[in-house]
Design a protein around this ligand. Structure first.
Ligand code: MG
Length: 225
């Protein structure tokens, strides 16, 4: 007797999962450290280690650069240089990103990206993610000047609950203000305790934990209906 194929779980139907890009779907912390150190070198400041970078990183970028000693007059140029270095960097997907997207899609979730980064900085990576996961994203919002506003539009248009997954305090705050349910991701730009302090609903160390969270949200939704 041959075993019947496992039926595909479709519990996450109507759940939308939106992701931050840098430090969440993109594994670019080492490159961000290098970009930061290129800026610091240009203004005669000492380089940061990866741990120092993760402790100090904040958004917007000019606040970050001010905090690590870039003179006020050089802040605009510092951000431009940083973005250019990031755009020229190699595309590396976060371990588990393609797998998580594939599993979420199989569950029936809608998937997208909401990022403050420019199209030139992240389009190549998104293309790579679609190829590696074999899934086409449902939406991509790039160069989002105000993430709260971008997440809020997604929440308004979504057929069901929206999860937002991001690696910085900025993501967690924008998600909560935008009406999404928040997943903090601890393997990106910021340390776990910095994210935990903002009490996101979930904190994950691995993106492969997301299908179970989406399923949990979908089940709650069904129970409530
Ligand atoms: Mg990020």
């Amino acid at each position: 007797m041959s075993a019947a194929p496992e039926p595909l779980a479709d519990v996450a139907v109507d759940v939308t999962v939106a992701f931050d890009w840098n430090g969440t779907l993109a594994d670019d912390v080492p490159w961000a450290v290098a970009a930061t150190n290129a800026v610091l070198d240009g203004v005669g400041r000492a380089a940061l280690s990866e741990d120092e970078f993760r402790s100090a990183f904040t958004l917007p970028l000019d606040v970050f650069f001010r905090a690590v000693g870039v003179p006020v007059a050089a802040l605009g140029a510092a951000s431009d240089q940083w973005n250019a270095e990031m755009g020229a960097g190699p595309v590396r997907l976060m371990p588990g990103a393609a797998e998580a997207i594939r599993a979420l899609t199989r569950e029936g979730a809608r998937i997208g990206v909401v990022s403050a980064a420019s199209a030139s900085a992240i389009s190549g990576g998104i293309e790579r993610l679609e190829v590696e996961s074999g899934c086409e994203l449902d939406f991509v919002v790039m160069a989002a000047i105000d993430k709260t506003e971008a997440i809020s539009s997604i929440v308004l248009e979504a057929p069901g609950p929206v999860l937002y997954v991001g690696d910085t305090e900025y993501d967690i705050e924008a998600s909560a203000r935008g009406g999404a349910r928040t997943v903090g991701f601890t393997a990106g730009y910021r340390p776990r305790d910095a994210l935990a302090a903002l009490l996101p609903e979930w904190l994950v160390d691995d993106l492969r934990q997301l299908p179970a969270i989406a399923a949990e949200v979908a089940t709650e939704q069904e129970t409530a209906a």
